[in-house]
Ligand binder design. Structure first.
Ligand SMILES: *[C@@H]1O[C@H](CO)[C@@H](O)[C@H](O)[C@H]1NC(C)=O
Ligand SMILES: *[C@@H]1O[C@H](CO)[C@@H](O)[C@H](O)[C@H]1NC(C)=O
Ligand SMILES: *[C@@H]1O[C@H](CO)[C@@H](O)[C@H](O)[C@H]1NC(C)=O
Ligand SMILES: *[C@@H]1O[C@H](CO)[C@@H](O)[C@H](O)[C@H]1NC(C)=O
Ligand SMILES: *[C@@H]1O[C@H](CO)[C@@H](O)[C@H](O)[C@H]1NC(C)=O
Ligand SMILES: *[C@@H]1O[C@H](CO)[C@@H](O)[C@H](O)[C@H]1NC(C)=O
Ligand SMILES: *[C@@H]1O[C@H](CO)[C@@H](O)[C@H](O)[C@H]1NC(C)=O
Ligand SMILES: *[C@@H]1O[C@H](CO)[C@@H](O)[C@H](O)[C@H]1NC(C)=O
Ligand SMILES: *[C@@H]1O[C@H](CO)[C@@H](O)[C@H](O)[C@H]1NC(C)=O
Ligand SMILES: *[C@@H]1O[C@H](CO)[C@@H](O)[C@H](O)[C@H]1NC(C)=O
Ligand SMILES: *[C@@H]1O[C@H](CO)[C@@H](O)[C@H](O)[C@H]1NC(C)=O
Ligand SMILES: *[C@@H]1O[C@H](CO)[C@@H](O)[C@H](O)[C@H]1NC(C)=O
Length: 807
């Protein structure tokens, strides 16, 4: 035994010494047969390296490199120090990870049979080509095989079926042709299979139905034909299924309704026909359902109302008929995630939908994009759309709609093409006729009729009505109080841990991985409440992660502000308010996931070169956008939300330099029935003066901060003492043109008028007496009205003149 234990070591020393000598003499080709498995691995790697056409990052892959090392141990472990190589305690290679290592060449000369301990082979994102060699099937211990984003071609080797320990198999983004081997059904441990973006043909093998551990199955963007095998319905753990952009035919198997964990289902761009099975409505976790560009017929199943997590529903370019089921818009309480209340994108374009648009669509309070174009919809557009303030774009062209368009920005600012080719739309939007007085009268008339009818009914049964009303009000009040208590309990639960699965694409691990467990190199900002990280997810999507400082000594403060922020943000949706994608609340880890804003803070842009990019038109839009968002928070949310910390540090800009309000850590819900006294919060220089002697939180505090902010946007810097100067006679002759940001040339024409309107509004907002400030709705309307404030030449306008104007 002792002999056997000793000999491998001495042999090893010998073989390395010999190898080095041979390599030194440049006679590598006649190297002797390796005597240990470790040396065999080293040799196999070197042989492969020698066969590669390009390997500029593999300098460390050399036996020379360790010649200075004195101890046998470090020599013995030499391969283990090479780039991308990981060993076990015995010095055997267990992982090869050469992701994005600038490799070009083939795999043929990599002797897989030498690596009997290999568990991970990750060669993703290189320029490797040729066929995947059949002898890859000898890596029987492999858990992860990632050959994605390379230039492999030819057929998939049947021997893949021997890698029965595989949990992840990625071969996406290559040029693999041929069929998906049915042997893939042997890989019973597979959790994640991605073979999309290749040239695969043939059918989806029914044997896939045996891979019951699968959570992710991506086969999209190939040339797969045949129908979707009903065996897919056995994959009960599936979370993401993407079969889109293939040549699939047949119908959607009803067995898909068994995949209740699915969040993402993509079957778009195929030749699927028949009706959408009602069983799809059972996929209660579905966030993203995309079936456009198929040959689907029949109705949209009423069961879709059960898809309570749905964020995206795309059914465009099919042959769906019938009417849009009114159930799709049900769910009346925006607070609870009601039926389809989470829907952000609804695309039903290019179908044969008929009848009227159900007014229940107005209940989709988070809807951002709506496309109903190219259908046969008729009648009036329900005014309930006026209540969807989150709406960004609409397209209702190519229908038979008529009458007034809803008084909603998305409709009124829609390009004409989005409204064109209808029977007779009218209203205040580009390219449309203003509505006839007759049509308006008609509306009035019918309203008058209704009112008369109600009055008659009232006078007949006045007492009964009053009695009923009392009962209704009583129950309503009772329900309200109950509702609030439940909510508060939930928020106070100490161990609340939750991730809001935006698009089903963000998971906790993704965030931790993308930020390398909140490594400081991903940190893009630190604030009073926490640090913000930039996180690029595995999907390529970039998000901002705001992590709150860990709790210290059980301080309830952070927790409280965290819960405030969640509560405020989940309730509001507005195009000028930063979007919350997800959150996590736990003792050790509390963070938010927000949409990422390319241009960062307004304060940052104003203080640097970027200020030039932010010209007068953009600056006006920034102020107008913030005013709109504050108006929404103060007047359209119930209870109203006061931000309490409006400052240029809390306004973020997207790539188009559109503004979004962020940072709701200090926001506070104004409950009509509660006192609103609290500790001072806000940014110095933006805090309303009355907060110095009263701690009452009111909308007027935000109005004041908004005024200061509007000044900062005009001036390029904080107004500072100017605010106080205005109240003294010395301030009377300050010219507007002199306080404007001197880095930009003075505005002219319509832009000058916009700048004046911002100054007028800002001056009114910073009035010392809170009662004499305008409210945000007034401000927002004033900024949208394009009213001409003065005919005086721009050069001679003083702040004092503008201060006297009544907005
Ligand atoms: C790869 O191995 C083959 C034999 O299997 C040999 O003919 C060829 O020369 C090797 N290629 C390189 C670049 O070493
Ligand atoms: C030796 O390996 C190191 C990394 O471990 C590498 O930076 C260096 O270039 C290598 N030297 C030679 C001569 O290959
Ligand atoms: C090995 O030693 C030589 C000279 O003694 C030196 O130039 C070289 O950098 C050393 N290599 C390593 C990896 O330490
Ligand atoms: C080989 O390297 C591994 C780490 O890569 C280490 O844990 C192990 O102790 C080393 N073995 C020897 C014999 O030095
Ligand atoms: C790959 O590496 C290059 C630098 O060598 C880098 O520019 C690129 O972003 C990397 N790609 C990925 C996907 O990591
Ligand atoms: C895969 O396993 C089968 C037996 O199931 C065997 O016949 C075949 O040679 C193996 N293929 C490879 C490449 O190891
Ligand atoms: C391969 O490595 C890259 C970079 O480390 C990683 O992003 C990718 O997830 C790995 N592949 C698998 C299948 O784990
Ligand atoms: C894939 O299918 C399309 C449409 O039938 C065809 O134009 C294309 O040539 C096919 N590609 C391959 C690689 O089979
Ligand atoms: C699953 O595997 C079993 C054998 O293990 C086989 O009999 C059965 O046909 C397979 N089912 C599918 C759907 O491939
Ligand atoms: C799967 O779906 C089919 C069709 O909807 C149904 O008959 C069957 O009972 C379901 N199986 C399970 C295990 O739920
Ligand atoms: C709506 O859908 C139609 C057809 O699917 C498309 O042409 C149009 O661009 C879409 N409109 C918008 C605003 O995306
Ligand atoms: C508007 O008036 C014209 C005649 O002036 C009439 O033909 C048309 O039907 C009216 N449109 C509506 C929507 O009432």
């Amino acid at each position: 035994m002792a002999e056997r234990k000793k000999s491998p070591l001495s042999l090893l020393v010998l073989s390395f010494a010999l190898l080095q000598l041979l390599l030194f003499l440049n006679v590598r080709a006649v190297a002797p047969a390796p005597v240990t498995r470790e040396a065999a691995e080293a040799q196999a790697l070197l042989a492969w390296k020698a066969s590669l056409e390009s390997h500029s990052l593999l300098n460390s892959w050399s036996l020379h490199n360790n010649s200075n090392a004195t101890s046998t141990e470090s020599k013995r472990n030499s391969t283990c120090n090479w780039l991308g190589i990981t060993c076990n305690v015995a010095g055997r290679v267990t992982r090869i990870n050469l992701f994005n290592a600038s490799l070009r060449g083939k795999l043929d000369n990599l002797s897989f049979s030498s690596f009997s301990k290999l568990t991970i082979l990750n060669l993703s994102s290189n320029a490797l080509y040729g066929t995947i060699p059949a002898h890859i099937g000898t890596l029987t211990q492999l858990n992860i095989l990632d050959l994605s984003v390379n230039k492999f071609f030819g057929h998939l080797p049947l021997s893949l079926g021997n890698l029965t320990k595989l949990t992840s198999l990625y071969i996406y983004e290559n040029s693999i042709s041929g069929t998906i081997p049915q042997e893939i059904g042997y890989l019973k441990n597979l959790v994640d299979l991605r073979i999309s973006f290749n040239l695969l043909t043939g059918t989806v093998p029914p044997t896939l139905g045996n891979l019951t551990k699968l959570t992710t199955l991506f086969i999209h963007t190939n040339n797969i034909s045949g129908s979707i095998p009903q065996e897919i319905g056995y994959l009960k753990n599936l979370i993401k299924l993407e079969l889109s952009s293939n040549l699939l035919t047949g119908t959607i198997p009803p067995t898909l309704g068994n995949l209740t964990k699915l969040t993402t289902l993509y079957i778009h761009e195929n030749n699927i026909y028949g009706s959408i099975p009602q069983e799809i409505g059972y996929l209660k976790n579905l966030v993203d359902l995309e079936l456009p560009t198929n040959l689907l017929t029949g109705m949209i199943p009423a069961e879709f109302r059960k898809l309570s997590q749905l964020g995206v529903l795309h059914l465009s370019s099919n042959r769906l008929a019938g009417k849009i089921p009114k159930e799709m818009g049900s769910g009346s309480i925006p607070l609870q995630i009601g039926a389809l209340a989470t829907l952000r994108n609804l695309d039903l374009s290019q179908n044969s939908l008929s009848k009227e648009i159900p007014s229940q669509l107005g209940n989709l309070k988070m809807l951002e994009n709506l496309n109903l174009s190219h259908n046969m919809l008729s009648g009036l557009i329900p005014p309930s759309f006026e209540e969807i303030s989150s709406l960004i774009s609409i397209d209702i062209s190519y229908n038979s709609l008529e009458g007034n368009i809803p008084k909603n920005k998305a409709f009124q600012e829609a390009p004409f093409e989005a409204l064109s080719h209808n029977r007779g739309l009218c209203g205040n939007a580009s390219g449309l006729q203003p509505c006839n007085s007759t049509s308006i009268d008609k509306g009035h008339l019918s309203k008058v009729h209704k009112v008369v009818a109600i009055i008659i009914a009232l006078s007949i049964s006045g007492t009964i009505f009053i009695l009923l009303a009392c009962i209704v009000i009583f129950f309503f009040m009772k329900r309200r109080t109950k509702h609030t208590t439940i909510e508060l309990q939930e928020m106070n639960k100490g161990d609340l841990f939750s991730i809001w699965n935006y698009d089903g694409r963000i998971v906790y691990d993704d965030i931790i991985q993308a930020t390398k467990n909140f490594d400081s190199k991903y940190c893009i900002g630190v604030g009073g409440y926490g640090s913000v990280y930039r996180a690029e997810l595995s999907t390529g999507q970039v998000v901002a992660v705001k992590r709150l400082h860990p709790l210290e000594g059980g301080s309830a403060h952070d927790k409280k502000s965290f819960n405030n922020e969640i509560k405020a943000l989940t309730e509001i949706r507005h195009r000028n308010i930063v979007k919350l994608y997800g959150f996590c609340s736990h003792e050790q880890c509390m963070f938010f996931i927000f949409e990422y804003m390319d241009k960062g803070k307004l304060a940052g842009i104003l203080s640097c070169e970027g200020a030039l990019e932010l010209d007068w038109i953009k600056r006006f839009n920034v102020v107008k956008g913030i005013a709109g968002a504050l108006s929404y928070m103060h007047h359209d949310c119930s209870p109203p939300i006061v931000h309490r910390d409006i400052s240029s540090n809390n306004i973020l800009l997207d790539s188009e330099l559109d503004a979004r309000i962020s940072d709701f850590g200090t926001s506070r819900l104004i409950k009509p029935d509660s006192s609103n006294w609290s500790s001072l919060a806000g940014t110095y220089g933006y805090i309303a003066p009355e907060l110095a002697y009263t701690m009452e939180v009111t909308e007027q505090c935000d109005v004041y901060s908004f005024g200061v902010l509007a000044f900062k946007v005009l001036m390029g810097k904080h107004p500072g003492d100017l605010i106080h100067t205005l109240h003294f006679p010395t301030g009377e002759n300050i010219l507007l043109k002199d306080v404007l940001d001197q880095r930009l040339s003075p505005p002219s024409g319509q832009t000058a008028n916009e700048v004046i309107s911002v100054a007028v509004v800002a001056l009114a907002c910073i009035r010392a007496n809170p009662q004499s400030r305008p409210n945000m709705r007034n401000v927002s309307q004033k900024l949208s009205s394009q009213r001409l404030y003065t005919s005086e030449p721009f050069q001679t306008i003083t702040l004092c003149q503008l201060n006297d104007l009544d907005i």
